[in-house]
Design a binder for this molecule. Structure first.
Ligand code: IPE
Ligand code: IPE
Ligand code: MG
Length: 255
């Protein structure tokens, strides 16, 4: 930790025990951020990439186990070709520029989604970076790329059906754990907190199964403006909530 980080008063206000273990973020509003300034949408994606760097660094410093970022949805393939190309270029730039830092900070890079749909060069770079960071044991950074929650559940069902057809599993043994184990997110902790920026109040096909008991944090801030103060505010609000998981408040308080 650098002295500057240590003396950050906003950090001191956060109780480490009350932080989420797994944060998931729908990073939305890049286009509107740029438009509000009279700039091209791509400028918003560029500035959004800087928010990604800041948030990854902060989450690692705070000791989160997992951070999952919605970077490109299955549905985003319907965007104009030039915008898709710009996003892929930015992803490549992000992977190249963060590789060393991820290795140094013990961050393991992971990807979920139909990543074989990515352009070959992006796909190769992604595989290469994941391999280079595979020794990271401090935090898992998962990028959801060409990701759709329904598609993920469908492929999990397909996988289990194939195993059953081969006689490897008994259909009656297919329970929640088996389904969870067939998802792309297999092995990751439960999502504790889901943040969506830009004022939209929807989930847009993100982690449908995994957010069953997540806390939600919606903010009007556009993603390029979402930096440490906004992240800390989300964590502060999260810490003040009581997660009851079906029980009563009295049960949890031992009353
Ligand atoms: C989020 O910002 C980034 C991606 C979906 C890739 P948007 O590009 O959706 O920005 P808005 O919602 O149009 O403002
Ligand atoms: C969700 O944002 C996908 C990502 C953040 C990558 P969108 O901007 O694509 O969501 P909708 O289409 O407005 O719901
Ligand atoms: Mg959007």
């Amino acid at each position: 930790m650098t002295p500057k980080e240590k003396s950050d008063p906003r950090l001191d206000q956060l109780d480490p025990a009350a932080l989420p273990r797994h944060l998931a973020v729908i990073m939305d509003g890049n286009g509107r951020w740029a438009k509000s300034k009279g700039w091209r949408r791509v400028k918003g994606h560029e500035e959004g990439a800087e928010s990604v760097r800041v948030v990854v660094r902060a989450c690692r410093r705070l000791g989160l186990d997992a951070l999952t970022l919605y970077a490109f949805s299955e549905e985003n393939w319907a965007r104009p070709k030039a915008e898709i190309e710009a996003l892929m270029r930015l992803l490549g730039r992000f992977l190249k520029s963060q590789r060393q830092e991820m290795i140094e900070r013990g961050i393991l890079l992971n990807a979920i989604g139909t990543i074989d749909r990515l352009p070959q060069a992006t796909y190769d770079l992604l595989q290469d970076t994941m391999a280079a960071t595979s020794g990271g044991g401090e935090m898992v950074l998962t990028l959801a790329l060409s990701y759709g929650g329904r598609q993920e559940i469908a492929q999990a069902a397909r996988l289990l059906a194939e195993q059953a057809a081969r006689g490897e599993i008994d259909p009656s043994a297919i329970d929640e754990a088996a389904l969870a184990g067939a998802l792309y997110t297999q092995g990751l902790p439960e999502v504790d907190l889901l943040i969506r920026t830009s004022g939209e109040l929807r989930v847009s096909n993100f982690l449908l199964w995994q957010i069953a008991y997540a806390e939600f944090h919606f903010t009007d801030t556009y993603w390029p403006d979402f930096r440490e103060p906004e992240l800390y505010e989300a964590f502060r609000q999260y810490a003040s909530r009581q997660r009851r998981f079906g029980q009563t408040g009295e049960q949890l308080e031992g009353g």
